[in-house]
Design a protein around this ligand. Structure first.
Ligand code: IVH
Length: 693
């Protein structure tokens, strides 16, 4: 719809509007807002952050309020929304889905309350405050107890029909006891969200499949709703909060349900009907001063929630009063959103640095023009790998929208190609290691380029940093900076040297008083007795995270038992798949790794699983063979248990065999063993007892 030249000129107007909010012509502001609405709702290519849009919209509203005679019928403030993409069937909502007015501070909230009180001639108003869920809004229609259709918000008047996709969301009931409440048809509104956990899990899965990552839970939820395949929607673990009944009609002769007198009552009713309404999250507050305090307090709590919210919604609780206050064409006058500090910003991608991690993976890191988001200055963000850069078409000099949300690491949401001047440059990925110049390699199934030089300085340092880190050996007072410094000064060259540091030399370094040297020494000594899983994790074996390390540790006695386990046996452990088993197997069949472990053992590090039910080496010297189908244990797991306790697995029945463990449907091996008197034939349950005792 807009030409490149128009986009450039409108962006430059946007900048002016944002920089000089008090010196803009209404006409320009309307043009700019219309343009951004088009980009957001129609083209699905927003060119400014939501926050920036809100600032512009607020400006329009206040300018129009000052000169109501200048309001035009086509002003963005005078309509509900825009037209739609029409890939899914477009259906009209029973009641238009209005938006909310925004507020950012106590003054805005006091204004809202004052206007409402004046209009209703009341001394004070009771409000119901609830989270403003950061997802994608939907409307649902239930008829005769059944969910009959679900739509996106669309332009507010009509949305796209997405019933099949919505049916995949488990927190949305497919039928509800509407008739019990005397209701025949009901339209409700809510927000589809992806929890932080579902989002992180989903991104992990994408990563494992070498697919591009999703930028944030909101995009993930919104994108999911319009997917062609409902099954895929189901795999995304979406959730939905329902917060509004927009329409209902009663079965003849029925009375309005008693709860439908207040907003809080309606949340309770929705909850009772089986919806995830913010029934537990809501707070009833008797005046605006209390609301303001609650908003301030809640913003601090924001990151402790399991899902993203971008503010709170303050609603007049009494329905009769809501009706009295009415609505504009854009928003109800009985509700207002209190928006938290923005977490998105636009900035410039100035440079790219390539960092080499402990496994040799080369990660491109975007160096950005520093920008403050949510009180934190962001100037560098990981771009994961080359594919990520290509997929998002990121170029040096690009204007990018970045986001920093709670415990989600900062992300580049997307670049804004429309703002390119022609001087932007394609990001070239290096072909050799930026640290040691070794030729980079990429496995077919992987997205990352890797430096496979084991002596690469960057990897050595990163491995040590990982070794001492909090979730690994947790050597406090030994941060990244110290490791780098000691390495550069030649005081520390590899992991074992952590345990042979020359504390006298360190004590002479600037910034190292006696106390800090003592603390470091104590922390290093203490780490020697860390539980085995921490050491396994600290070694930095590829694909072995903390959880896998715990699993492995629970199945062995001494770390070097891992030398004796086959890949198949390793796969018998919970959550250990082919890839992980292969990595562990190769790690423990590499002489230099074994040497490292033996050196660490000589230095006094704990190599033993201490808090296990396994008894040390209680099967030492005994030979086992399993036959038939085991019911409690996987075959590989049972074999691993034997080997981890010093026993051996034989491949056939012979006089060397001490125990034949017989599962269901045992065949010829059992018959053969019966003929050799020295072989003890035991059941799976006997075996489990034997292992434990
Ligand atoms: S009430 C007439 N309540 O925020 C009812 N909206 O920025 C108006 N939203 O379009 C909506 N959480 O999609 C309401 N607890 C909540 C909400 C909420 C999120 C969304 C909704 C709305 C948008 C406005």
């Amino acid at each position: 719809m807009y030409t490149k030249a128009q986009i450039h000129s409108l962006q430059s107007d946007t900048k002016d509007c944002l920089q000089n909010p008090h010196n803009i012509e209404l006409e320009t502001l309307r043009k700019v807002l219309k343009f951004h609405e088009y980009q957001y709702y129609v083209a699905a290519e927003p060119l400014i952050s939501d926050y920036e849009y809100d600032v512009l919209y607020q400006q329009l509203v206040s300018l129009e309020a000052a000169s109501p005679n200048l309001i035009t019928a086509d002003s963005p403030s005078q309509r509900v929304g825009n037209s739609l993409n029409t890939n899914f069937e477009t259906l009209a909502h029973l009641v238009p889905m209005l938006s909310l007015e925004n507020s950012y501070n106590a003054e805005d909230l006091n204004d809202f309350d004052r206007k409402a009180r004046e209009s209703a001639s009341l001394e004070s108003i009771s409000y119901c405050v609830e989270p403003k869920f950061d997802g994608a809004s939907i409307s649902l229609v239930y008829e005769n107890d059944m969910l009959v259709r679900a739509c996106t918000r669309g332009d507010g008047v009509a949305g796209e029909e997405i019933t099949q996709n919505i049916r995949q969301i488990r927190s949305i009931p497919l039928s509800i006891p509407l008739s019990q409440y005397g209701i025949q048809q009901m339209e409700i509104r809510g927000e589809v969200i992806m929890s932080k956990k579902a989002f992180n899990d989903f991104n992990e899965k994408l990563k494992a499949k070498q697919l591009g990552q999703l930028a944030n839970p909101r995009n993930a939820a919104a994108g999911s709703l319009r997917m062609k395949d409902p099954k895929e929607v189901g795999e995304r673990n979406l959730d939905a909060f329902i917060y509004h009944i927009s329409y209902y009609n009663l079965t003849p002769g029925a009375e309005i349900p008693a709860l439908l007198k207040t907003h809080s009552g309606s949340l309770e009713l929705l909850w009772n009907m089986g919806f995830r309404s913010p029934q537990k999250e809501k707070k009833l507050i008797s005046n605006i001063a209390g609301v303001i305090q609650f908003c301030k307090d809640f913003e601090i709590e924001r990151d402790t929630l399991p899902y993203e919210i971008d503010g709170l919604v303050i609603k007049v609780n009494d329905f009769a009063l809501q009706e009295k206050l009415g609505m504009t064409s854009h928003h109800p006058r009985w509700a207002i959103a209190y928006k938290f500090k923005a977490r998105q910003a636009t900035t410039i991608l100035e440079n790219v640095e390539f960092q080499v991690g402990r496994t040799g993976a080369v990660t491109p890191v975007a160096k950005l023009q520093a920008v403050a988001i949510g009180g934190v200055t962001v100037s560098s963000i990981s771009m994961h790998n080359e594919e990520y850069i290509r997929e998002k078409d990121l170029r040096l000099g690009d204007t990018v929208i970045i986001e920093r949300a709670g415990d989600v690491i900062p992300q580049i949401v997307h670049s804004i190609p429309a703002l390119r001047k022609g001087t932007e440059q394609i990001i070239e990925f290096p072909t050799t290691c930026p640290v040691c110049d070794y030729t980079l390699e990429k496995e077919e199934t992987e997205a990352v380029w890797r430096c496979n030089n084991p002596d690469c300085t960057a990897q050595i340092v990163e491995r040590m940093i990982h070794f001492v880190s909090k979730d690994a050996m947790d050597i406090k007072s030994f941060g990244d900076a110290n490791i780098r410094k000691f390495y550069e000064l030649g005081l520390l060259a590899n992991i074992p040297q952590i345990y042979t540091l020359n504390y006298d030399l360190i004590g002479n370094l600037e910034g190292f008083g006696k106390k800090s040297v003592d603390n470091l020494q104590v922390a290093i000594e203490a780490s020697k007795t860390q539980p085995l899983y921490r050491l396994i994790y600290a070694l930095g074996i590829r694909f072995v995270g903390e959880t896998t390390a715990k699993t492995i540790a629970s199945h062995i006695h001494h770390i070097l038992d891992l030398q004796n386990l086959s890949e198949e046996q390793l796969q018998g452990f919970e959550d250990v798949g082919i890839k992980v088993a292969n990595s562990i197997y190769h790690y423990f069949h590499d002489a230099k790794h074994i040497e490292l472990i033996k050196t660490l053992e000589l230095l006094g590090l704990n190599m033993i699983q201490t808090n296990t039910t396994a008894v040390d080496g209680n099967l030492a010297g005994l030979n086992f063979l399993f036959t038939g189908t085991l019911t409690q244990l996987k075959r590989a797991e049972a074999e691993a248990m034997v080997e981890a306790r010093g026993g051996h697995i034989l491949s056939g029945v012979s006089s060397k065999l001490n125990y034949l463990v017989v599962g269901e449907d045992a065949g010829s091996k059992l018959e053969k063993a019966k003929k050799i008197a020295s072989i003890k034939i035991i059941t799976e349950a006997d075996f489990v007892d034997l292992v434990k005792n």
